[in-house]
Design a protein around this ligand. Structure first.
Ligand code: ZN
Ligand code: ZN
Length: 549
């Protein structure tokens, strides 16, 4: 008996010595997958920005992606709200908020009776700051209910692939990188790259070294002037138009923007709302690839990048501003530098790059109105008086919250007073239509009991999560938005918010373009087939067939 036990024990030791960690990992570079995937999301990039500024772009950036890659020219978001959190989640999970659960940047959580932020995780700590009170790193993907394509890559080979997410915004880094990422990095208010204890205990040496270079301060020590003579920005409105917000302390929102002065008021976070936020992200991404040897191992790695200065500037100045145009011309150079780096670092054919956006954006509503086009803004307080009216009808406060163009009803009051919830939903839905700028309303009951197959109702349904969404959803008229009178915002079901670029480049991609309809949720399953791995577990998108012909 003893002999047998000894033999089994010996056999186990022998097996572990020979076949466990010490066994050489076979080379997976079987050309069945690229060495590195880079997902580039440009925050708030409209599809037309590729063509609007085409004549001013250099040959190495956007033009190179279009000319040497494949352009799916008719790519749209297939749900609302078209916000940053849901956008990044949908690109990487291949499904809509109805399934992945990221129904907004923030939403109302009935269980805790408060507003929650899509990646906030109080159980995590900030990594990379000496300031105990800095909670900008207490983030994780715990609210995302499905796997991402990046999770599936890590699952496919027992975590041999390396996945890193980088963005100026926490949600732009955390959601794409998925639940199993090696790391995600974003920028805190001091202009430093930080992370969360969800990923690591300490920042890697290379991140500390990068922060020590104080590049944020260097970028902000220059005055921001236009890259080209300002009279060449003829696609945009005059720089002195009346639809833009100035930086803090600036008299007028016009060039040159004196960043060394503005930074005194706004702090280092200012870099996010300048084109140099994109430049420092590019610098950090190149450093990440080199330091982490991404694409140099035996298994395919995945780097997710989200350039978000475009969104900060879009909100502040609007899509027809010289500032936004200049930001894209500079971003074009940053992308050119990234592609050039990849040429020598790994070679174009070993890298698969895709570029898209998390949503697009409309023109400023006041500007549209000045042109005779129907547009306007809806102030959330409009609905406050509405709540008072309902109090008179039902004798209690029936609306618990209004957020993301959704009313959350107070279920406790309704149950306590034994009121008919469906009747209340229908009553509010019919009353709210009287508000100027509201085009349609749709109730929870109708979303749960019918299947809509045309926009905008279909998009509302795909953005509706039975547990997390409200009870009455509003759809504004085209051109109408919340609050904004200067700059712009986004979130609607209309093409100005849903139509985004989608460019594929590098590994196995043949040059070309197509106008076939593509949903944003088609990106993840397409990646899955290009990498020969499983689709994300809630995936509802379909692979883009033309890329495989
Ligand atoms: Zn965004
Ligand atoms: Zn935005």
């Amino acid at each position: 008996m003893k002999k047998i036990i000894f033999f089994i024990a010996f056999q186990t030791i022998f097996f572990e010595c020979c076949f466990s960690q010490k066994a050489p990992i076979p080379n997976n570079s079987n050309s069945l997958s690229p060495k590195l995937v880079i997902g580039i999301v440009i925050d708030q990039m409209r599809y037309d920005y590729i063509y609007k500024y085409w004549s001013k772009y250099g040959n190495g950036g956007f033009k190179r992606l279009v000319n040497e890659g494949y352009s799916c020219k008719n790519t749209n978001f297939n749900y609302v709200p078209t916000y940053t959190g849901p956008g990044h989640a949908s690109i990487y999970t291949g499904t809509t908020p109805s399934i992945h659960g990221i129904v907004g940047n923030d939403w109302y959580d009935r269980e805790v009776a408060s507003r929650v932020y899509c990646v906030k995780d109080k159980s995590q700590k900030t990594i990379g700051t000496l300031n105990e009170k800095d909670s900008s790193g207490s983030m994780s993907p715990h609210r995302m209910l499905t796997t991402t394509i990046t999770d599936e890559l890590r699952l496919s080979n027992n975590k041999k692939s390396k996945v890193i997410g980088i963005s100026l915004k926490d949600r732009g880094a955390v959601l794409p990188a998925g639940h199993m990422a090696n790391a995600a990095y974003w920028m805190n208010s001091e202009g430093m790259w930080i992370s969360s204890s969800y990923y690591m205990k300490n920042l890697p040496v290379w991140v500390n070294d990068f922060n020590a270079k104080s590049l944020t301060q260097k970028y902000l020590s220059q005055v921001w002037n236009t890259m080209l003579p300002i009279n060449q920005y003829y696609e945009s409105l005059s720089d002195t138009n009346a639809f833009e917000s100035p930086y803090e302390g600036e008299l007028l929102p016009i060039f040159p923007h004196n960043l060394p002065e503005i930074v005194k008021k706004e702090g280092n976070e200012l870099i996010k709302a300048t084109p140099f936020g994109n430049s420092i992200l590019k610098d950090f991404a190149i450093e990440a690839m080199k330091a982490e040897q991404m694409g140099k191992g035996n298994f395919c790695d995945f780097l997710t990048l989200s350039f978000s200065s475009t969104d900060y500037l879009g909100h502040q100045f609007g899509p027809t501003s010289v500032e936004v145009e200049d930001c894209y011309l500079r971003l074009d150079k940053d992308i050119a530098e990234l592609l050039k780096f990849l040429d020598t670092y790994l070679g174009k054919n070993n890298v698969l790059v895709f570029l898209t956006a998390d949503h697009a954006a409309p023109e400023n509503p006041v500007y549209l109105k000045s042109l005779g086009i129907g547009a306007g803004t809806i102030d959330g307080t409009t609905f406050k008086s509405f709540n008072e009216t309902l109090k008179n009808v039902y004798g209690d406060s029936i609306i618990e919250k209004y957020i993301n163009q959704q009313f959350y009803l107070n279920n406790k009051v309704i149950n306590r007073r034994k009121l008919n919830k469906v009747e209340i939903e229908n009553y509010i839905a019919s009353q709210v239509i009287g508000t100027k700028g509201v085009a349609a309303s749709i109730t929870r009951t109708s979303l749960c009991n019918s299947e809509f197959n045309e926009a905008p109702r279909m998009l509302i349904q795909k953005g509706f999560n039975q547990k997390r969404s409200g009870d009455i959803m509003l759809n504004y008229e085209p051109g109408w938005m919340d609050y904004v009178t200067l700059g712009t915002t986004h979130g609607s079901a209309y093409s100005y918010d849903t139509h985004v670029p989608l460019l594929w480049y590098g590994y196995s991609i043949k040059p070309g373009s197509s106008v076939d309809p593509v949903n944003i949720t088609d990106i993840a399953p397409t990646l899955a087939l290009l990498l020969n791995i499983q689709f994300p577990n809630g995936c509802t998108g379909k692979p883009i067939q033309v890329l495989f012909k």
